[in-house]
Design a protein around this ligand. Structure first.
Ligand code: HEC
Length: 104
């Protein structure tokens, strides 16, 4: 849904996060968190910048799911079997993608 510029390199934490993202989140949020039409929004988006959706919002989303409120995609269900460490790494990955796209 959005064009995502990739960072030149990812930190070790973000590399782990990419693996987690590709296992648990990519089917909805799309490759490089660019979103998928009709399914789920891009996370590389100003709405999800750290000052509006802090890292705790990512943990809550993954553990409890999200009631649709910013978009019309419907609710996000809780992600089965996700650990706190998984989400911390995934969040680091998304933050590095965001920063490479001017979202700070
Ligand atoms: C089954 C599809 C699906 C999967 C899998 C999924 N999401 Fe989502 N996610 C959504 C949808 C749809 C929304 C948008 C809800 C809305 O309208 O605000 C969303 C919203 C979010 C939000 C915003 C939360 C907020 O407070 O507004 C975050 C953060 C997020 N997802 C992270 C993740 C992460 C991390 C994963 C993988 C661990 C993941 N999602 C997996 C569908 C999904």
């Amino acid at each position: 849904m959005v064009e995502v510029r990739l960072p030149e390199s990812l930190s070790t934490q973000a590399q782990l996060g990419e693996i987690g993202f590709d296992a648990l989140c990519v089917e909805c949020h799309g490759e490089n968190a660019a979103g998928r039409n009709g399914v789920a929004p891009p996370l590389v988006h100003r709405i999800y910048e750290p000052s509006h959706h802090g890292d705790a919002a990512f943990l809550l989303a993954a553990q409890n799911g999200v009631r649709a409120h910013h978009w019309n995609f419907g609710n996000m269900p809780p992600v089965e079997g996700v650990t706190r460490a998984d989400v911390m790494a995934i969040t680091a990955y998304v933050r590095e993608l965001q920063r490479a796209n001017g979202i700070n």
